[in-house]
Structure formats: C-alpha cells, structure tokens
Write a protein that binds this ligand. Structure first.
Ligand code: MN
Length: 584
C-alpha cells in the first residue's frame, strides 16, 4: 500500500501560478479520463483564483466547470482551495453565505475543502469547517506558513491543534512563497503529527528551489500527503514536478505506487496546451532565490490581480516607494487590516504606523464576520432578475460588479472569452514600450533617478518593467488603462499608445500644488468632495482603485475645491489633474 499520496495541482495551482489562471475548461476535459485513472489522492481543480478568472476573463460559469469536471473524474477526489470566511471573494461574508457556498460546492462536486485564512485567525475558519463537516465532506484545515519573529514552530503547532479541535480531517501546511526549508519542514511536520495525530499534507511552491527537498524531509517526518504538479506546469512559481517526486519515492517505504508513464502522458498533453496560453506566461519561470528575502508568494508573481492578501502588502509597498514616503498614502485595505477587520494580526502592530494610517478609528478585536448580519436573502433580492439558481446568486456575491456583468451578458447571449493570441502573433511584439529608458522624476519635491533595465511578458493587461530607482532594482507592473490600438487597416498597421487622457482638455496636466493626482494608474471609485467645499491638507478627496486596491487620495494643500475633473468610473493616470484646490 502506498505510504505517500499525491495531490495533483495542474487543474488549479499549476496554471494559476504560471499562466495567470487562464486555462479553459475545454483544455482540461480531454485528459480527465487519464488523470482519473492514475490514482492521485485528489485533484486540486477548483477555488483559489479559478472562480474569479472564469468569470472575469474566460467568461465561463465556474459552477458549470465544477460539474463538468465532476462528471469527467468519477474516481478521484476533487479538491478546492477556500479562503475561510472570504470564500472566493475579497471580503468577509456572513455565516449564512459561507454555509450556502460550501453546501453548493459540495453539491456540485467538491470532496476535499482546503480551508485557510491569510491571517491564520482560526475564528475565520470555524464556520466553513463546520459547513464542510455538515455536508459530509473532507475538511482540510490549513496553517499558512511564513517566517517572522512570531511565526515559530510552537505558534504553528498551536494553530494545528486548534484546527484538529474543530474537527478537521487533515492538516495542510501551505507554504505559498516557498519559504519553508527542508529541516524546518521536518521539525514542523513531526511536531504537528505529535500534537494532533492527523495526516499532514504539504503544499510548497518551487519558487525558491527548496520545495523538492522540503517535501522529502516532510515525508521522512511523517507527512503522507504532498502536492505536486505534472512537469508541463511545474517548477518556477508553481510546484515540484509530480514525476520527480514519484521517482524519488519509488521503491522506498514511501512509494506512491503511481505509474510514471501515465503521468508522463498527462504532462505531454499539457505541454501542448500551455503553448496556447503563451501570452500569459510569467516572466519568472526559473528559480528565484530573491523570494527568500522579499517573501513574495508564487501566485502573486504571475498574477498580481487575484491574490488578495499579498496584493495588500505589495500595493502598499509600491505606494511607499512611488509616493516617496512610507505610509503617506495608505490603501483602504491596509486601513481595514489595522482596524482588525480581517482578523487578529499574528504579532504586535506598530502603534505609530497604525496611528498614521487610521488615526483614532475604532479597532475591532472580535471575529470580523460577527459584525455582519445574514445577507443571503438580500443578495438574492438584488440579483433576482438575472440569477437562475443559488449558484448564480453566489457568483454575484463573490464579485458584485463582474459577476453581475457576467450574468447580464449570459442573459443577452453575448459572453465572449478574452482572445488568445495565435503563437508568434505580432500583437505582443508590437506592444508599446517606453521610448526613454532613463529619466529623472521629481515627486513631491524629491528627485529620483530612474533607469529602465527591461520588461517581461504582459499578463493580459499588466506588463512588468524592471527599473532601478536610485540604483536599487525594482519590479513595477504597468497597466496601460488608456492604451488604444489605432488600426488603419492591414496587419502591419502600427499600434499607437495614446499619451493623452481621454478627451483632450478634460483633465489638465497637473501644474500646481493644488492639483490632486493619483499615485498610480487606476479607476475612480468615488469622489468625496464637491465644488466650493473647504478642505484641509490630508482630507480625503477621491478614492482610486489601482491594482485591485482602493486608495484614498488626499488633498495636498488646504483650500477650496474649485474644479473636479474626475468622475466615478474614469480611468486615470498620474499625468492627470483630477481635482483642483485653490489655496485660501
Ligand atoms: Mn499555492
């Protein structure tokens, strides 16, 4: 009997980590019968960013995908990744929505629910774990691994104990950034096994090059479930290769019992599939040891759009650099974090930073979802004209804007997936690039020397640029919100980037200190002032969504608002004056 079991990740984390979650269901189904016959313990196939990507980019029904996979994989457990009280959306949901979502996921085909909370706040997991058990399914409680002064082995063991106490069937160690080292893994697995006696399941991204060794030591310490991905979608920001681990354990007491030729057949199939998605390839495909220092998770590297918690840290870090001062501009999400609205911070919060960010706003210490009343009926009412099932209501609940658009387009029969570019297409080769590669930027009185050293592949909308700022190399993701292709006929027509904002003259270029601007390209979510209003320096003027985060833009000076150039929904860049304040 196999001592070590494998969870194959190609249908979820593999493509989430390497091609920004873009694999379509049609590319999964043809190989399902082979996948199903191999004997994997489970196939991770749903949840994580797949739900968002289905609705936002592929324009597929994520529930339909789940049902199709269920039919095509009758013999293997289907596993999903669930973000506790956040489910698959980007906020806390009320308990009735959590219960309904878990029940529907179970009804449509999920067997194993890997449940985590980015804060490791167990209060955010309890309701989903209870719901999974109530549905008669497998609850895998998850410890998110990271390194910090407070994240030591006793801390993680305590969390595992808590998960066991809730009734979890297995414990996952989720090493999303590839920071878990082999010998720490050995100690950690041994300690969790001793404390809980539950099977331990390891999930470790290959980003830093440690994960193969980490799994091996974890297995020696008693882990009996490991996550791997077939070679075609393995390594880099993804996971260790299934074939390698199967071969490494073959003939030992840990033998997985899986057939290498069968796995190879699956891998060969996905090798061809991957070529179709070349435009979404991450620039990071090898080993990136810098992650051992900067701690950026694999999912964030290829896909800054859909990994919410790392996004919060990443966007604030970018703002700290781009605005020239740490915490000068603080995203709403960082404010919520510091207010305790996502749960309890694992360590001690720096009160000086908290004060700078939220002033005297109240800090919550209870379970965040306790602040919410039941909301399922309300959501149902909001979308009743478009929703044909509870699944539709839940899709809308996850993504109120794009979910609603998706339901509207489905009703109109106009759902269209984003286009895949044919291999070698000139579109990307001719994509706009900056003409100048070295410049000086003066921002809020500080001058920076910027040099562009290269750029990576565009991830649909975003393209990474590597720049040095005063000699320090940084990666910036640029999303060209006002880029327009000017096609004057013929395939060779040049692409042109509009440098000027929408209608000329509508938003002047900022020219004096009273011109309010955005720190980075984004969309106006809210205008907080009106003409004639008096403002103090630091008062909120606008809310801008940039890189999926909401940032409040503050008045740079005191005065009276004399012009408002921006309105809700406008795509804006730092080149535009959005509001004008006349000093008094
Ligand atoms: Mn992962």
């Amino acid at each position: 009997m196999a001592k070590v079991h494998i969870t194959e990740l190609v249908l979820r984390d593999g493509h989430q980590s390497l091609i920004a979650t873009r694999m379509q269901t049609a590319d999964m189904l043809p190989i399902c019968s082979t996948l199903d016959s191999i004997g994997f313990w489970s196939l991770e196939a749903w949840g994580g960013a797949t739900f968002d990507a289905c609705v936002r980019f592929l324009r597929e029904d994520p529930w339909q995908r789940l049902r199709q996979l269920r039919r095509a994989l009758p013999n293997t457990r289907i596993q999903m990744l669930l973000r506790g009280q956040n489910l698959l959306g980007y906020r806390n949901y009320s308990d009735d929505v959590v219960r309904a979502f878990v029940q529907k996921s179970a009804d449509n085909g999920v067997d194993v629910f890997r449940i985590f909370d980015a804060m490791n706040d167990l209060r955010n997991l309890r309701v989903s774990v209870e719901a999974v058990k109530a549905a008669g399914k497998h609850a895998e409680g998850t410890v998110c691994y990271t390194t910090s002064p407070v994240h030591d082995i006793p801390h993680f063991v305590e969390l595992a104990r808590g998960l066991a106490g809730m009734g979890c069937d297995t414990i996952a160690i989720k090493d999303m950034a590839g920071l878990l080292t082999p010998y720490t893994a050995f100690e950690l697995v041994r300690a969790i096994r001793a404390a809980t006696d539950l099977p331990v399941h390891t999930h470790s991204h290959a980003t830093s090059g440690l994960a193969h060794m980490t799994h091996l030591k974890a297995v020696e310490a008693g882990a009996t479930l490991i996550d791997t991905c077939v070679g075609a979608f393995a390594e880099g920001a993804s996971h260790p290769t299934t074939q390698s681990l199967v071969a490494a354990l073959a003939g030992t007491e840990y033998d997985t019992g899986l057939s290498l030729p069968q796995i190879e057949e699956v891998s060969a199939y996905f090798k061809e599939v991957r070529k179709k998605y070349w435009q979404f390839e991450s620039a990071f495909t090898g080993t990136d040891t810098r992650v051992l220092i900067n701690q950026v998770p694999g999912g964030m590297i290829s896909n800054l759009a859909v990994t919410p918690t790392s996004q919060i840290v990443g966007t604030q870090a970018a703002l700290n650099v781009m605005t020239g001062a740490r915490y000068k501009s603080v995203t709403n999400e960082v404010k919520l974090y510091l207010q305790g609205r996502y749960g309890q911070a694992p360590g001690h919060v720096n009160e000086e930073v908290r004060k700078m960010a939220i002033g005297d706003l109240e800090v919550t210490t209870g379970r965040p979802a306790d602040l919410l009343g039941d909301e399922l009926d309300k959501l149902r009412g909001e979308i009743e004209s478009l929703a044909k099932s509870d699944e539709d209501v839940l899709t809308y609940a996850m993504f109120p804007e794009i979910g609603k658009t998706w339901l509207q387009e489905r009703a109109a029969g106009s759902l269209k997936p984003e286009q895949l570019l044919p291999p070698g297409s000139a579109e990307l080769a001719n994509a706009p690039r900056y003409a100048a590669d070295e410049f000086k930027i003066t921002l809020h009185g500080e001058t920076y020397h910027i040099k562009l050293s290269g750029s990576g592949h565009a991830d649909a909308a975003q393209r990474p640029y590597f720049v040095s700022i005063d000699g320090i190399t940084e990666e910036v993701l640029v999303e060209a919100l006002n880029e327009v292709a000017v096609s004057t006929g013929g395939d060779s027509a040049p692409r042109k980037t509009a440098a000027a904002p929408t209608a000329p003259g509508q938003k002047p270029r900022p020219s004096h200190p009273g011109h309010v601007t955005a720190a980075m390209p984004g969309t106006v979510v809210d205008v907080l002032v009106s003409i004639g209003q008096n403002v103090k320096a630091g008062d909120g003027v606008l809310v801008i969504e940039a890189m999926k985060m909401e940032n409040e833009v503050q008045a740079p000076i005191a005065g009276v608002v004399i012009s408002i150039y921006a309105k809700k929904g406008d795509a804006v860049t730092p080149d535009m004056a959005l509001v004008e304040i006349q000093p008094e």
